[in-house]
Design a protein around this ligand. Structure first.
Ligand code: CO
Length: 222
């Protein structure tokens, strides 16, 4: 829905007044420091806003978003966010959050040409290629898209686990738990894909377990 810009600024004033009246001193209390417990790595899609979905206020969740919630080993942007969140803010939980009906994942699935983003989406095509044999057993585009959205979450969560940032945190016994979640645009609900990793040793088994469960749930009965 298009708004005039002054309407947005007015809405902002109303929102700030409402938050301050419900929690007097809220904004000034955030001045000293931020101490979020969570790092959300999600899709840039406007329908998947981290704070609103989690019911959290400013200060509660550190957020990194890009097209199709991709974590690339050499992406200095994502790595910088992760290092700051984990080393400085000491977040305990990192959640990679995909969503069903993701346009980026769909473009990867269908090999669509969109623009510069095609080069970014290439990383999701790598996920597709890795799981192609199984994806090809699914009946239609809807099923394949749902599956690739979930597979992409597992693979990107795996990438998070393999970063030096997370590996170093685990090596010094810091509590960092990596999760893979997927969000339903149609119902507003988050689902845990049960890839929960607390240590370097757990990475492979957690990934394999979550992948097997995903295939069991989405695959065709024999
Ligand atoms: Co998306």
């Amino acid at each position: 829905m298009p708004y005039r810009l002054h309407t947005l600024l007015n809405q902002n004033r109303d929102w700030a007044a409402r938050v301050e009246s419900e929690r007097p001193g809220f904004f000034t209390s955030l001045l000293a420091q931020q101490a979020p417990q969570y790092l959300w790595i999600g899709c840039a899609d406007s329908r998947v806003p981290a704070n609103e979905i989690l019911g959290l206020l400013p200060g509660d969740v550190f957020v990194h978003r890009n097209v199709a919630n991709v974590v690339v080993h050499s992406d200095m942007n994502a790595l910088s966010v992760m290092q700051f969140a984990i080393d400085q803010l000491q977040v305990h939980h990192v959640m990679v959050v995909g969503h069903y009906g993701c346009g980026g994942v769909r473009a990867a699935l269908l090999g669509l040409r969109v623009g510069v983003v095609d080069n970014w989406i290439r990383h999701v095509q790598d996920v597709r290629k890795k799981h192609r044999a199984w994806l090809d057993t699914l009946p239609g585009e809807t099923e394949k898209l749902q599956a690739l959205c979930e597979l992409n979450v597992l693979e990107q969560a795996l990438n998070v686990c393999e970063t030096t940032v997370v590996q170093d945190a685990w090596a010094r016994q810091q509590t960092v738990v990596v999760h893979g979640w997927v969000y339903g645009l149609h119902n507003g609900l988050l689902e845990d894909l049960e890839m929960t990793v607390r240590s370097a040793e757990e990475v492979e088994p957690a990934y394999e377990r979550a992948l097997a469960a995903l295939k069991q749930r989405l695959g065709q009965p024999a």
